[in-house]
Design a protein around this ligand. Structure first.
Ligand SMILES: NC(=O)C1=CN([C@@H]2O[C@H](COP(=O)(O)OP(=O)(O)OC[C@H]3O[C@@H](n4cnc5c(N)ncnc54)[C@H](O)[C@@H]3O)[C@@H](O)[C@H]2O)C=CC1
Ligand SMILES: O=P(O)(O)OC[C@H]1O[C@](O)(CO)[C@@H](O)[C@@H]1O
Length: 401
């Protein structure tokens, strides 16, 4: 069985690669880092180490690799695969869409391979595979689209495993947390597919995806933004500060109330889930950089992502949102100079003002109560962390609610 995986980065090598290989797939990594691809081609395997006390490790084998710009080889691999996965970042999906489209066309040309093909975007976010499908279809001829509708599926998925930045002597080695979860809805699958060992196939993805996004991702990035303002460099440092820990817990109690309401999780079980996630953030067996977890603040602050979406939903339902508001206000101060989105965000705030950014990018209109509360919280943070914040204090009339 053949799998093609786009992105030989942390989640690719540390999570998706091992899962597919363990299920008997030959995993072909498609990547743009030439030296990593050459290493994978040469060795055909690489080591994975678990960030537990014993540092248990195992080898992922039956691996091949192709450079992303060797389009001929990549499209051939897609034409012959049972499954295509990606872990390149949601904003990079559009960049690989044309190659995937060419691979599908090559596969379907003259009805050469009409076996089902599943294409799964293993990215953080809602509806990633369907977003990829839209981009891929933009590059396909109409006749192929009709055939692809019957033979190619793009099931959305939820993937969860913390894989920090790597600093290993062996450039292929990867250190990952022991926990992992990959969830795929059965309704998104077609034909007689081989189940991937360890994947949880479910009837409905939304409860799993939103529980993870609004707990793991909301909590993790809140710890990062709170910790960044405090001057910490790792999530572990931030989580060992009792005040930050309590604020992150406060965020998760707020999203927890929302999730319990939306999906009927038992409150006591959801509290246990929150505790488990707090424990994962604290994992002392690795050092997870704040700048990694806080990365791409424009994406994280977008209306359908981990901060604004749960805050808006919770507000509409009359639930508490003060910790979420604080996380959003903190995220708006993230100005790491090596993060292009952070630089863009700060430039937008400088050029257009905070209120305009909240309205235009977070899509929280000026008249919405959360808009004014974010600005008030931003002013408080500025007073508390004058050396970490560069925005001007902004006066605002908070709408009555
Ligand atoms: N690292 C983590 O703990 C988790 C990450 N994710 C998601 O997995 C995805 C990948 O994240 P990581 O593996 O951490 O990032 P990474 O930076 O380690 O790996 C991303 C890979 O994609 C490649 N890439 C980036 N832009 C590209 C482009 N325009 N065209 C082709 N290749 C491109 C990079 O060269 C790199 O090899 C993201 O969507 C992230 O949200 C999901 C769960 C956990
Ligand atoms: O910042 P991104 O690209 O959404 O992905 C990293 C996030 O995903 C996680 O691995 C959780 O699945 C966390 O480490 C982190 O919050």
């Amino acid at each position: 069985m053949r799998a093609v995986h786009f992105g030989a980065g942390n989640i690719g090598r540390g999570f998706i690669g091992p899962m597919l290989s363990d299920s008997g797939y030959n995993v072909c990594f498609v990547g743009r880092n030439k030296s990593k691809i050459a290493q994978l081609q040469k060795r055909g395997q690489y080591p994975v180490t678990l960030a537990n006390k014993n540092r248990d490790s195992f080898i992922v084998d039956n691996v091949t690799a192709i450079n992303l710009n060797d389009t001929e080889d990549v499209t051939r691999a897609i034409a012959e695969a049972e499954i295509v996965t990606t872990a390149v970042g949601i904003s990079a999906l559009k960049d690989i869409a044309e190659t995937i489209a060419q691979g599908i066309e090559r596969r379907l040309e003259n009805s050469r391979n009409l076996n089902p093909l599943h294409i799964i975007a293993c990215e953080n976010g809602i509806g990633s595979s369907q977003k990829l499908k839209k981009s891929v279809y933009r590059h396909m001829k109409q006749s192929f689209k009709e055939l692809a509708d019957r033979n190619v599926a793009f099931p959305n998925a939820m993937v969860d495993r913390i894989v920090p930045m790597q600093k290993n002597t062996d450039s292929l080695e990867i250190l990952v947390e022991p926990f992992s979860e990959w969830v795929i809805p059965r309704s998104g699958m077609i034909g007689n597919y081989n189940e991937i060992k360890g994947v949880h196939y479910v009837d409905s993805l939304a409860p799993y995806l939103e529980r993870k996004l609004y707990t793991v991702n909301t909590g993790h990035c809140s710890a990062a933004y709170f910790g960044y303002l405090e001057g910490y460099t790792s999530i572990q440092e931030a989580m060992s500060d009792p005040e930050i820990r309590a604020r992150v817990h406060g965020v998760l109690k707020e999203t927890g109330a929302l999730l319990v309401h939306l999906y009927g999780f038992k409150p006591i079980e959801h509290d246990r889930y929150i505790e488990k996630m707090m424990e994962r953030f604290t994992n002392p067996n690795f050092n997870d950089k704040i700048t990694r977890v806080a990365r791409s603040p424009l994406r994280k602050l977008s209306p359908n992502d981990r901060l604004v979406k749960p805050a808006m939903l919770a507000h509409e339902l009359g639930f508490e949102t003060s910790h979420l508001v604080s996380a959003i206000a903190s995220a708006l101060y993230f100005d790491h100079e090596k993060d292009p989105e952070a630089l863009q965000l700060q430039a937008d705030i400088r050029n257009h003002g905070l209120s305009e950014v909240i309205a235009a990018q977070l899509k929280i209109p000026t008249e919405h109560p959360l808009h004014g509360r974010i600005i008030l919280e931003s002013n408080k943070l500025r007073a508390r962390y004058p050396h970490r914040t560069r925005m001007k204090t902004i006066s605002v009339k908070v709408p009555y609610f």
